[in-house]
Design a protein around this ligand. Structure first.
Ligand SMILES: [Fe+2]
Ligand SMILES: [Fe+2]
Length: 159
């Protein structure tokens, strides 16, 4: 039987750092959307920069490495992981839509669409990261080498 390659703790740490960075951007975006106008459009431009290539690589790392590892170790997480993957599809589509809307000439109609999209994206990102941290990454801690030396704790949540 093929032995599982040990989990690279640096990858997990990087994913968590990226979550915090995105959540800070989400908070900035929510404040700017509350104010509306040109400030909100400028913040949306900055937000797309935050969701550029490294963010897409973040999603790909989770799909290629983190989620399959979790699925093999904890089959009961199947439903949660399927939901997270569906949300990745949704997130990629929303980011692409955001780029497309920002490329259009400015108009009241475009700005209104942008603000709705920005607010939906902020909401989904908050929820997605929360579920990922609480219901998926909390389980992966058990695969870390030091986990065996810890006293068993309560069962992490499933969503
Ligand atoms: Fe994710
Ligand atoms: Fe993530």
């Amino acid at each position: 039987m093929r032995r599982e390659k040990p989990l690279d703790t640096r990858v997990l740490a990087r994913l968590r750092t990226e979550h915090r960075r995105v959540l800070r951007g989400v908070s900035r975006l929510e404040r700017a959307l509350h104010g509306g106008g040109g400030g909100a459009v400028r913040t949306l431009h900055a937000f797309t920069a935050l969701l550029a290539r490294p963010f897409l690589e973040h999603l790909a790392t989770e799909e290629r490495d983190t989620f399959p590892r979790l699925a093999r170790a904890f089959p009961e997480l199947g439903g949660t992981l399927a939901r997270l993957i569906e949300e990745h599809v949704e997130l990629r589509a929303m980011v692409a839509d955001l780029h497309a809307q920002l490329a259009r000439p400015s108009s009241a109609d475009r700005d209104e669409r942008l603000f709705v999209l920005g607010s939906d994206l902020a909401e989904l990102l908050r929820l997605h990261i929360h579920v990922e941290e609480q219901a998926a990454f909390a389980w992966i801690e058990r695969l870390l080498p030091h986990a065996r030396r810890r006293r068993p704790g309560s069962t992490p949540a499933t969503h």
